[in-house]
Every structure is written in structure tokens, then in C-alpha cells.
Design a protein around this ligand. Structure first.
Ligand code: ZN
Length: 213
């Protein structure tokens, strides 16, 4: 049931994203967080999405729901600092203006996490993207590129927050970073749309959990 709801929300975002496509400006400052440290301990210590108790204290049905919602999404890195946003930019190799079909994040041998539950649709390597992994979440596909290694296999299922790769400097890259590419129904979209969704989903669940809703 939860998965269905998530998919419905995603579908709505997918439709909205086409309208919002040109209006969202990624801001590096909003991701400059170490989100795990920002959390109240009571939430960050919970390992399982279906937890029904904290420190032996049973949770209400609603609390459980908000915790599950919180854990249904994950940022791809513990520390999110944007090196290069989605959109037109000067190509670092040719100097010419070119579309950048993703977002680049600062990374140094970091674990990369699945942003939602889904399937591993491809693990591969080429001259451009280096070592990469592609995950499917409903009608979204998410690719992580320039990796040093991939921790999952094609065809396996992943949970939100599961480590799927380690960042690196493989392929056509000017230095270690994580390239995050997102497609909706096969078309590239600004990954910031998905990151904003994660941010909002987490914020809503935190606020509601802490206010006892
Ligand atoms: Zn990139």
C-alpha cells in the first residue's frame, strides 16, 4: 500500500516536473547538511522502517507511519554539496556550452545510497560515465556515474538508504565527484526535483512525528 502511495506521489511529481522544469534553481546551500546529525536521536537510531518501538516504548500507529515515511526516502550522499547543477554549462573538456544532464556533487570515496526502494536495472562501465549503476523507482530511473565500485547486482531490489556504490573518478571526469542523472518516463529531468521531494517528505514526517500528529 505504501509503495502504491509513493508511486502516486511520484506520478504527480512527474507530471508537475514538466511545468516546473525551468523554474527550479538548484541551490547548493540547501544540501550543505549532515542530515544524520541533524536528526533527533530518537529517529536516527531507528534501523528498520517497520519499527514499532523506540527504546522499548511502543510507538503509536501514527508515529510508526511518520517514521516509515521518513525512511521511505534517502539523499544519495551523507553530505550533499553541489559542484555543478543541471542545465547549460561550459563543458569542462571542450570549453563549449553544453547541456549537463545531471547534477554533480562533491565526493571522496563516499557511499552512495538508493533514494527510494526500487530495482537495479543496470550496472556497467563506459568511457563517458565510467563505472555506473542505474536504479528504477517507478517511472523514474536514477543513474550514479564516475564510481569506483558498485555494491549491488543487476536485477536486485534495493531499499531507500541502502548503499549501492562508492564514489570515484572513473570515466570522463576532471576529478572525483558523483554525477546524479534522473529520467522520468525516459526523459532527463532536473534531479533537484527529486531531491526537493526527498527534503519535503522528510521534513513533513519529522514535523508530524515531533508534534505528535
Ligand atoms: Zn555531471
Amino acid at each position: 500500500m505504501k509503495y502504491v502511495i509513493v508511486l502516486i506521489i511520484l506520478l504527480n511529481i512527474c507530471v508537475l516536473s514538466h511545468a516546473q522544469f525551468n523554474t527550479i534553481t538548484p541551490s547548493s546551500s540547501i544540501y550543505k547538511i549532515r542530515e544524520k546529525k541533524d536528526l533527533p536521536m530518537s529517529i536516527s537510531e531507528i534501523e528498520q522502517p517497520d519499527s514499532t518501538a523506540i527504546n522499548g516504548e511502543p510507538l503509536s500507529e501514527n508515529s510508526s507511519k511518520w517514521i516509515q515515511q521518513y525512511l521511505s526516502v534517502s539523499y544519495p550522499l551523507d553530505r550533499m554539496v553541489v559542484n555543478s547543477p543541471y542545465g547549460m554549462r561550459r563543458d569542462p573538456f571542450t570549453g563549449k556550452r553544453k547541456q549537463h544532464n545531471g547534477m554533480d556533487f562533491h565526493a571522496r570515496g563516499d557511499e552512495v545510497y538508493a533514494m527510494m526502494q526500487g530495482n537495479v536495472v543496470k550496472v556497467g562501465q563506459d568511457k563517458q560515465s565510467g563505472i555506473f549503476v542505474i536504479l528504477q523507482h517507478g517511472n523514474y530511473t536514477v543513474s550514479y556515474c564516475h564510481l569506483s565500485s558498485v555494491l549491488v547486482k543487476t536485477g536486485s531490489k534495493v531499499k531507500a538508504g541502502e548503499a549501492v556504490a562508492i564514489t570515484g573518478n572513473s570515466g570522463k571526469s576532471t576529478g572525483e565527484h558523483l554525477h546524479l542523472g534522473v529520467k522520468c518516463d525516459g526523459k532527463y529531468i532536473n534531479p533537484d526535483i527529486l531531491l526537493q521531494y526527498i527534503k519535503n517528505t522528510r521534513k513533513e514526517s519529522q514535523v508530524n512525528l515531533l508534534s505528535g500528529l
